[in-house]
Design a protein around this ligand. Structure first.
Ligand code: FES
Ligand SMILES: [Fe+2]
Length: 356
């Protein structure tokens, strides 16, 4: 009971952060024959596909004796509770109660709470606004389908919250420590950047045409084309990191959309998109293992940070110029979470420098 109230606290405390589409699965994970279980903001959901192949999401709790519907089965496109077999359609309406025989008029009218869901860009998304109906679309994952582009999803469970994760995904200085030898090596090279905060995004444009990320310099950018690197954070939960060589002749785009499970667990869907010309077949061979290795290094440091945060009372982080984008991200997310106690972030643009 205590655990349950704690979970609904997390939902309530997240404020307007909940008013968004959150990815809960890759399309291929949701079928018509088995219910799928997901947790977002501490709220358990059951998800499946209806007769039209559309995803349906309900609160994962039978109205009768509160058994988890996700442990039941799908029959005639409805979910069947594993305990006494009550049957619910995608709207959450109860269609049949076996213990009432033919008396459909005895079915209580109360529905199981439905969550709007949609399938887009190879993912199934659920709108978590509850009382607030959906406004806007899921984040447009850049799944480029034009010739020469390839992409794949990676799914990763992190032991940390969304704010710390999106900061990590937008963070350059850690790459020479956490990913030393794998992504970028320390050179004490000066990096200049412009950081811009709008009302719902943070954009970092790096001025470092001679910079290189490990594998690109060695293999995928043999001509040494100038690299354009931009990092984007989009409210409330998505980052997009672009490395573009030359005039999009070669490119590597990493888009990560974060779905909070609870206060300290987050599911991340990472879309790796690339265009490496004639080296594409080679990239298809080594990139999945390489990107998994790099993400695992982040999983480890994120778990260490979370564990240490849990050992102390919260006090503010110490920041330098290199953390400007993180401060901007925190300000946007804090304001969405609690607009009474955090100031409304104004648009701002700042030039920064740091060394890696
Ligand atoms: S608890 Fe679901 S049918 Fe009884
Ligand atoms: Fe990292």
């Amino acid at each position: 009971m205590e655990q349950q109230s704690k979970k609904s606290d997390f939902y309530t405390q997240s404020g307007k952060l909940t008013q968004s589409w959150y990815a809960i699965a890759q399309s291929k994970q949701i079928g018509q024959s088995k219910p799928f279980s997901a947790i977002v903001f501490g709220i358990p959901l059951v998800v499946w596909r209806d007769e039209n192949g559309n995803p349906q999401a309900l609160l994962d709790r039978c109205n009768h004796r509160h058994a988890p519907l996700s442990d039941g089965r799908i029959e005639k496109h409805c979910v069947v509770c594993p305990y006494h077999g009550w049957i619910y359609d995608g709207s959450g309406a109860c269609k049949s109660i076996p213990s009432e025989g033919p008396h459909v008029e005895r079915i209580p009218p109360k529905k199981v709470e439905q969550f709007p869901s949609v399938e887009k860009y190879g993912l199934v998304w659920v709108w978590m606004g509850r009382a607030v109906p959906p406004n806007g679309e899921p984040f447009p994952m850049p799944m480029k389908t034009s010739a020469g582009w390839h992409s794949y999803y990676m799914e990763t469970d992190f032991e940390n919250d969304v704010t710390n994760l999106v900061e990590n995904f937008m963070d350059v200085p850690h790459t020479v420590f956490v990913h030393k030898g794998w992504f970028r090596d320390p050179k004490q090279m000066r990096i200049a950047a412009v950081v811009e905060r709008t009302e719902n995004s943070v954009l970092v444009s790096y001025n470092q045409p001679k910079d290189a990320i490990s594998f690109s310099s060695k293999l995928l950018n043999p001509k040494g084309l100038p690299m354009v690197h931009t990092d984007h954070f989009y409210m409330p939960n998505t980052t997009r990191v672009d490395y573009v060589f030359g005039d999009f002749e070669r490119a590597f785009i990493i888009t990560s959309t974060c779905t909070p499970i609870d206060e300290s667990h987050t599911k991340v869907f990472t879309l790796i998109g690339y265009r490496f010309g004639w080296l594409n077949p080679l990239a298809a061979l080594f990139l999945p293992a390489y990107t998994r290795k790099v993400i695992t290094q982040d999983v480890d440091i994120m778990a260490l940070q979370r564990k240490n945060l849990n050992r102390f009372e919260p006090v503010p982080f110490q920041s330098t110029q290199a953390d400007t984008m993180h401060i901007y991200i925190e300000s946007l997310r804090n304001y969405a979470m609690d607009s009474e106690n955090f100031p409304k972030p104004a648009p701002i643009k700042k030039e920064i420098e740091f060394w890696v």
